[in-house]
Ligand binder design. Sequence first.
Ligand SMILES: O=C(O)c1ccccc1NCC(=O)[C@H](O)[C@H](O)COP(=O)(O)O
Length: 209
Amino acid sequence: MKSRVKICGLTRTEDIDGAVAAGADAIGLVFYSPSPRAVTIEQATVLARRVPAFVSLVGLFVNPEPHEVEAVLERVPLDLLQFHGDESPEYCGSFGRRWIKAIRVRKPGQIEQAFEEYREGAGLLVDAWDPERYGGTGQSFNWQLIPERRPMPLILAGGLTSDNVSGAVEQVKPWAVDVSGGVEKGKGIKDIAKISEFIKEVHRVCKTD
Ligand SMILES: O=C(O)c1ccccc1NCC(=O)[C@H](O)[C@H](O)COP(=O)(O)O
C-alpha cells in the first residue's frame, strides 16, 4: 500500500520548493494566528504560487469564524480545508470545499465515533491529545487505538519523524502521514534534509509492502 505524505506548517517559499522537490503530496498552511507557524493571507498567496499541479494545498484552521475561512478562500487557491478545533461536520462542509477533520486521540472508541460523525469529509486526521494545544505538538499517541476498519481515508499525524515513520506506516497502514515538527529546525522553519529523509523512509517502506 502507498501512503501519501503531507508536510504541514510551512512559512517559506524555499521550504515549499524543497518539499515539492523531495516528493511531498500535500503542503499545509496554518491559518491560526496563535500558532508559531501561522501565515497571513498575504504570505499564503505568495506561498501558494510555489505549489505545482498535482500537489495539494491544504489550509488549516482552528475554530475559525466563517468570514475568516471565506477571506482565505477568496485569495488562496486551497484544495482542501483541514479543521483542528471543535467544528461540527455541518460547519466543515459549509464552504463548498472538500475538507478533512483532525481529532486529538486519547481514548478507545473515539476514532470509530469520528468516522461516523465526519463521514462526509475527504479524510480523518488522527493526532495526539494535548490539553492546551490543538495540534503541531510533536507528540505521538497510542496507535493501537486506531481501528483496522476504516470507512474513509485515515491520515496519521503526531510526533512523526524519519526515525519512527517507517514503523508507523507498517503498523497503521494509513492513507497518508502528516508531519510538522519532525522535519523542522525551528518553529515554521523546515529542514529540507529532514523532509527528504522522511519522504524517502515512507517510500522505502511502502515499496517493501
Ligand atoms: O502547527 C501548529 O502550530 C498547529 C496549531 C494548531 C493546530 C494544528 C497545528 N498543526 C497541525 C500539524 O502541523 C499537523 O497536522 C499535526 O498536528 C502534526 O504535528 P507534529 O506532531 O508537529 O508533526
